[in-house]
Design a protein around this ligand. Structure first.
Ligand code: FRU
Length: 475
């Protein structure tokens, strides 16, 4: 008997302009690609409960990156190779067809997760709506894993360069259990040749024991390896999440193959960010989605029949050896005409409400950088979330009423601090100084919170506030 699809039983935390599932559980974004006039995004999906289970690929598409239409489930775990899940992967267009490359996850002889097998598979679509798994899957079998890698072997990210296809995979060295990135090449996406380990963790505590969701791309003629290592230990204010997502800047030499790189840098400082994936837009922008959650976090929406969402799509920009993230410019299309408020004013000392009963809003705020301030979400006089700015240290701290642990990020000193904030019913994305430092957060409040600015002294401020589309995602 087929299990029943999950249903949403309460909409109190539902997001209005973020990609999420009709109901059930989601995690990583997958298969982000532009194909025949649409951006397609897929996601790790369990439609039968609000918890992780055998993974499917949920699917949505958009003409403009901001209005999304949910499509039928693209991939299901319906054959032995994917019995325990169609795990994460990516997409590429070849001969006007969309190819998905994904990890099949299944148990070995022990019939439990101590003995899993991971291999890489292909599915193809002519229309971008229905997908057929390749008859001769897997295309990279577990037998093609190099002898110095364990069975941790997943999350293929495929790209084309100089007439050749490449795929980078997340792995783990057998000898010392360190995360590593493996490279394979192919002329046709079907037969793959192992090329080598292009980069490896320098220690579990510093760089992790597995590199999930690796992604390699070029920004400003330098290569970026973006990935989600597991196992990094907290160090001061850094690496406070259970698992981290970040990047290394370097130079990928495909002929060796080797990725010579600098240090690992966290890309987002919030509680709720993991498993990012990028694609190249037709106009050359590098655009990223990530899972707006974290493994093992408490997710109050599970009580309502769903869990998890993707971040708002972000453009990545490399400047001064740092990756900046900002919401894609198409965000402007979500602003509801006539709701714009522009203020340039001298806020009074103390609290000043900027948005009352915020549902789905964009807030751009520019304040003098030489004074501390707090930006607060307040519901029924209760603090829900506070962003504190400490001017002496150019330091931002996020604290949440539902979490004991705070998150910290720094910016380079400047005259003004500018914030661009996306608020969507139970999610908050805070882009500071054009995306130099970003916090991605969920917040849970049954009533719509006010956004309140608290200053200790009267300094000129400037704010642009917009109401955003409440129906940008169609389930
Ligand atoms: C990352 C991850 C991937 C895996 C998927 C399974 O969050 O663990 O490595 O493919 O989730 O859902």
């Amino acid at each position: 008997m087929k299990p029943e699809l999950m249903q949403v039983t309460n909409t109190r935390y539902r997001l209005n302009f973020h990609v999420a599932a009709p109901a059930g559980w989601i995690n990583d974004p997958n298969g982000f690609v532009y194909f025949r006039g649409y951006y397609h995004i897929f996601y790790q999906y369990h439609p039968y409960s609000a918890s992780w289970g055998p993974m499917h690929w949920g699917h949505a598409r958009s003409k403009d990156l901001v209005h999304w239409e949910t499509l039928p489930i693209a991939l299901t775990p319906d054959e032995p190779i994917t019995k325990q899940g169609v795990f994460s992967g990516s997409a590429i267009v070849k001969d006007d067809k969309m190819y998905l490359m994904y990890t099949g996850h299944h148990f070995g002889e022990a019939e439990d997760d101590s003995d899993f097998v991971e291999d890489q598979n292909i599915a193809v679509s002519d229309d971008g709506v229905t997908f057929e798994k390749f008859a001769d899957n897997p295309v990279i079998s577990a037998a093609q894993i190099p002898s110095d890698n364990t069975n941790e072997f997943r999350d293929p990210k495929v790209w084309k360069e100089d007439g050749q296809y490449y795929v980078v995979l997340g792995g783990q060295s057998k000898e010392d259990h360190l995360g590593q990135a493996l490279l394979y090449s192919s002329v046709d996406l079907i037969s793959w040749i192992y090329e080598g380990v292009i980069a490896k963790s320098e220690g579990i505590a510093e760089q992790g024991y597995i590199w999930e969701c690796p992604d390699i791309f070029t920004l400003n003629e330098q290569q970026i390896l973006l990935m989600s290592p597991k196992g990094i230990e907290p160090a001061g204010d850094a690496y406070q999440n259970l698992h981290q997502t970040g990047y290394m800047i370097g130079d990928l030499d495909l002929s060796k193959p080797i990725f010579n790189h600098g240090p690992f840098i966290e890309i987002d400082h919030g509680h709720d960010f993991y498993a990012s994936q990028t694609t190249l837009a037709p106009d050359g922008r590098r655009i990223m989605f990530a899972w707006m959650a974290m493994w093992k976090s408490v997710m109050p929406e599970q009580a309502d029949g769903w869990a998890g969402a993707l971040t708002f799509p972000r453009e990545l920009i490399l400047r001064d050896d740092h990756v900046y993230m900002k919401p894609v410019a198409e965000l402007a299309q979500l602003r509801i005409t006539g709701t714009e408020q522009n203020h340039t004013w001298i806020p009074s000392e103390g609290d000043e409400t900027l948005v009352s009963a915020a549902q789905s809003n964009e807030l751009q705020l520019s304040v003098s950088a030489d004074q501390d301030f707090d930006l607060k979400l307040v519901a029924d006089t209760n603090g829900v979330l506070t962003l504190h700015y400490d001017c002496d240290n150019s330091k931002f701290t996020v604290s949440r009423s539902d979490r004991l642990d705070m998150r910290v990020g720094y910016v380079r000193p400047s005259d003004k601090v500018n914030l661009q904030i996306l608020l969507d019913r139970s999610s908050l994305e805070i882009f500071i100084n054009d995306g130099e430092t970003v916090f991605t957060e969920r917040y849970y409040s049954e009533t719509y919170p006010d956004v309140v600015l608290h200053q200790n002294s009267s300094k000129r401020a400037q704010a642009n506030i917009y109401d955003l589309d409440l129906q940008a995602i169609k389930y």
